[in-house]
Design a protein around this ligand. Structure first.
Ligand SMILES: *Cc1c(COP(=O)(O)O)cnc(C)c1O
Length: 392
């Protein structure tokens, strides 16, 4: 009998070790891991560069308080501001903490302008921003909020299907009390739904017009996952605040909020904090992830592998129109929307040594490491093909 609480429906499988795209189970099986901790292990399992960076830091200093200078945090923050829209960074430990901090910053921004009532955040219904008490109400999903009342006020919602190039209902949803729009550039848990570039552009335009902030949650879609460092980059817009987490630590827990000077300047001493945020081990690993990801051709290769994967998956879709409805996503954030039972399909893939994970809307999520090899994609395609061919 496990001493862990029952809040997860865990698969009966555990691992001895992992290497790159593969996991080796305690019962002697070798799995192609296209979950990678749900888009966390951006460089695969036990990446030698990350192992080295972590051991090096662990021998120096593990933790000091944010009451002191933290050179490793300074270094990673500098790398992030150099490579992105951001001018300033606040480190956290997880995605939910990062989205919560983003909400706090947006509210504080208008408070500092003398508009304390301008504090509402407009989100997409059934999105995913994490599991803390505010983040579940931001996500606006009944499944996540049920039993956790009273409802946290301050969040309004629009439907994803209303996100047409010129969202007809968006203007009505923005009131004088709206402080920010917060959306995922690509909805991960929600079923791998990409917000088209022209919609992102329109969101930026309307935020400018209404003088409100644009928060793009890149916790899952960011850090190279889409083929660009951030998924929103293809739209050429500049957000105000971007929470990140998952991929930046390559498996080590870390989150962060990226922001422009305009909003960062309201975060004065004492306005926000975190014991572990900016932890030297986490930041040393994060800096190594950045270093590897900005080596020449790395992101180009993500795009190349993605194009290859999408062609192969769309071939499967055409060959099995009664099983596969749609191939979704961008980069190596890929969804196979099924016409058949999701749970059974994922189980069959697992039996054939390919690990995948569910998302909403009957989607099987495929999240290889960003340094996945072409022959590993071929192996996955072969397995998916076999499962489709034998499905009954
Ligand atoms: C995973 C995720 C979060 C929450 O991250 P945690 O580290 O689990 O708190 C928030 N937003 C998005 C888009 C995510 O995919």
């Amino acid at each position: 009998m496990s001493s862990l609480a029952n809040n997860y429906n865990r698969r009966k499988i555990s691992f001895k070790y992992g290497r790159g795209s593969f996991l080796y189970s305690t019962n002697g099986k070798k799995y192609l891991d296209f979950v990678q901790g749900i888009a966390v292990n951006s460089l695969g399992h036990a990446n030698p560069y990350l192992v080295k960076a972590l051991i090096k830091q662990a021998k120096k200093v593990w933790h000091v308080s944010n009451a002191f200078q933290i050179p490793e945090a300074e270094k990673l923050a500098k790398m992030l501001t150099k490579k992105t829209f951001a001018d300033k960074i606040i480190f956290q430990n997880s995605g939910a903490e990062a989205t919560e901090a983003a909400i706090k910053i947006a509210r504080k921004y208008f408070f500092s302008l003398g508009k304390p009532n301008k504090n509402r955040i407009l989100c997409i219904k059934n999105s995913f921003h994490g599991r803390t008490i505010a983040a579940i109400y931001a996500s606006g999903s009944k499944k996540m909020t049920e039993g956790y009342g009273p409802k946290v006020p301050g969040f309004d919602h629009i439907d994803f299907r209303n996100l047409k190039p010129r969202f007809p209902n968006l203007r009505n949803k923005i009131t004088k009390n709206t402080a920010a729009i917060m959306v995922e550039s690509i909805m991960g848990e929600g079923g791998i739904k990409t917000i088209p570039d022209k919609c992102l552009k329109y969101l930026r335009k309307i935020c400018n017009e209404k003088k409100i902030l644009l928060i793009l949650d890149e916790v899952q879609s960011g850090i190279g996952r889409s083929g660009k460092f951030f998924a929103f980059e293809s739209s050429k817009i500049k957000p105000d605040i971007v929470p990140i987490a998952k991929g930046i630590g390559g498996g080590f827990p870390i989150g962060a909020v990226l922001m422009t000077n305009k909003v960062a300047k309201v975060m004065i001493p004492g306005s926000h904090g975190s014991t572990f945020g900016g932890n030297p081990n986490a930041c040393a690993v994060g800096a190594e992830v950045m270093k590897q990801m900005f080596k020449p051709k790395f992101l180009n290769n993500v795009k190349k592998m993605s194009d290859y994967f999408f062609i192969k998956l769309n071939n499967l879709k055409n060959n099995y129109p009664k099983i596969i409805k749609e191939i979704r996503g961008k980069g190596l954030l890929i969804g196979i929307q099924l016409l058949v039972n999701q749970k059974k399909f994922i189980k069959l893939l697992e039996r054939n040594n390919l690990l995948t994970i569910r998302a909403a809307e009957n989607v099987v999520r495929i999240l290889p490491p960003l340094n996945v090899k072409k022959n590993e994609i071929d192996q996955a395609i072969k397995i998916i093909n076999k499962v489709c061919a034998g499905y009954n």
